[in-house]
Design a protein around this ligand. Structure first.
Ligand SMILES: NC(=O)C1=CN([C@@H]2O[C@H](COP(=O)(O)OP(=O)(O)OC[C@H]3O[C@@H](n4cnc5c(N)ncnc54)[C@H](OP(=O)(O)O)[C@@H]3O)[C@@H](O)[C@H]2O)C=CC1
Ligand SMILES: O=C(O)CCC(=O)C(=O)O
Ligand SMILES: [Mg+2]
Length: 433
């Protein structure tokens, strides 16, 4: 494999030096997706790296790849085909590369070099142990926007009365915030040093129990905010959406979340021609799109009471994490919540579901594969293969309409036909076209 890593931030590979033995088999028949003049150029047989994922990732990937291949075959009659290339991260990586090789450098390089990829969920232990491989990959590749569309499929069981009113697209900042994991554990020399700096040099007096505090840092930058809000507004323009809402907790965290709001509004004015509505702060763009903001806690109750008022959402990393799962629940749960991590400037994108590894269901062939399948649908659309993407959406609607569903939907439906992961994929394939 050509190992030139063009985009990855130098010196940030979490695995350190590249291992000498390559475990990645590059498909003989495929070609690279490239960026030409700021646009993706997709060959008929693109090489697409994938990570199977931990836990339920294994069952989900087996089912998803069949559905994605079937849609491409049906749409293009053999003229186009994805050349899948397995790359490793998480538990499988430690089996293939050896102990502590959670994110090999060549995996990051493969995603970098081949531009578009897809991954299953990866485990992150709570408290100690490794830091998130998912977050590391987003940071290494500078995939600054986490795009998570939330839409309702007819017939999906939902806890709310009118789930069809939920039609939102979340743009979650994906590289900064407290989520970046810059923190120091209570009692360590690092925590003590940081505490001494805060108290002695910054005059901080508000830490309630300083001797037993762990400490975290919340970086939120103007550049990081601007590129995220720019992507959200551009998406709203390109897709004919009505509004972009900046969701933040800027009343309390004034210089991080509050600045996110202020920088967001300023960018909407300077780059998109936003003008104040009734003296502001809300803005209207020349094409009528409204730019507004809401405080995060109020937002979380309003999306349940008045979801129709929200459309494209731009928010910080941790807020976006919470909001994604909360909104997914309104349209049936995280079994059907897709996503993508994108750098709109370089064209790099790694598609992945919103949910995690759901370990209690691992290798039981019961889990709902829809989130990864719909992430694949987003990937195909992103590649310009919209005929194949449409086939997937159509078969998803039809199959759910027939009440052929996995356990998560079945337990909330009247008289469903409950099927396992493999059989659900079979039904999707049978219902295509
Ligand atoms: N991007 C990533 O790779 C992510 C990784 N994670 C990691 O995953 C691990 C487990 O996290 P956890 O908090 O349990 O969250 P999970 O999302 O893995 O699972 C929580 C619950 O969500 C439901 N669920 C999850 N996936 C599906 C699916 N495909 N179909 C139907 N229902 C589903 C299940 O609910 P029920 O029990 O009601 O059936 C499950 O018990 C952690 O290590 C976490 O860090 C978490 C999120 C994202
Ligand atoms: O990285 C993880 O383990 C969790 C990530 C997560 O929950 C998310 O990105 O939505
Ligand atoms: Mg999450």
């Amino acid at each position: 494999m050509d190992t030139a890593a063009s985009h990855v931030i130098p010196g940030r590979y979490s695995a350190g030096a590249m291992t000498s033995a390559s475990h990645i088999q590059v498909p003989a028949q495929g070609e690279k997706i490239t960026m030409q003049d700021g646009k993706l150029s997709v060959p008929n047989t693109p090489v697409v790296p994938f990570v199977e994922g931990d836990g339920t990732g294994r069952d989900i990937w087996k089912a998803s790849v069949r559905v994605l291949d079937a849609a491409v075959e049906k749409a293009y009659g053999g003229e186009r085909k994805i050349a899948w290339m397995e790359v490793y991260a998480g538990e499988k990586s430690t089996e293939v590369y050896g102990e502590n090789e959670w994110l090999p450098a060549e995996t990051v390089q493969a995603f970098d070099e081949y531009l578009i990829g897809i991954k299953g969920p990866l485990t992150t232990p709570v408290g100690g142990g490794i830091r998130s491989i998912n977050v590391a990959l987003r940071q290494e590749l500078d995939l600054y926007a986490c795009l998570r569309p939330v839409q309702y499929f007819d017939g999906v069981p939902s806890p709310v009365k009118q789930p069809e009113l939920v039609d939102m697209v979340i743009f979650r900042e994906n590289t900064e915030d407290i989520y970046a994991g810059i923190e120091y554990q209570e009692g360590t020399p690092e925590a003590k040093k940081f505490l001494a700096f805060l108290q002695n040099e910054m005059g901080v007096k508000k830490i309630r129990f300083p001797e037993t505090s762990s400490l975290g840092v919340k970086p939120v930058s103007k550049e990081g905010t601007e590129r995220l809000v720019r992507a959200a507004i551009q998406y709203a323009i390109d897709n004919g959406r009505k509004s972009v809402t900046l969701v933040h907790k800027g009343n309390i965290m004034k210089f991080t979340e509050g600045s996110f709001r202020d920088w967001g509004y300023a960018l909407a004015k300077s780059e998109f021609g936003g003008v104040e509505i009734d003296g502001g702060p809300w803005l209207k763009l020349p094409n009528g799109i409204v730019i507004k903001d809401v405080i995060a806690d109020a937002f979380l109750q309003q999306i349940i009471l008045r979801p129709a008022e929200y459309d494209v959402i731009a928010t910080l990393n941790l807020n976006g994490d919470y909001i994604s799962d909360a909104l997914a629940a309104q349209v049936g749960g995280i079994g059907i919540a897709p996503g993508a991590n994108i750098n709109y400037v370089t064209g790099h994108a790694v598609f992945e579901a919103t949910h995690g590894t759901a370990p209690k269901y691992a290798d039981k062939d019961v889990i709902n594969p829809s989130s990864v399948i719909l992430s694949g649908e987003m990937m195909l659309r992103h590649m310009g293969w919209s005929e194949a993407a449409d086939l997937i959406l159509g078969s998803m609607s039809k199959t759910i309409g027939q009440k052929v569903v996995t356990y998560d939907f079945a337990r909330l439906m009247d008289s469903p036909t409950q099927v396992g992961t493999t059989a659900f994929a079979d039904a999707l394939i049978a219902n295509m076209g």
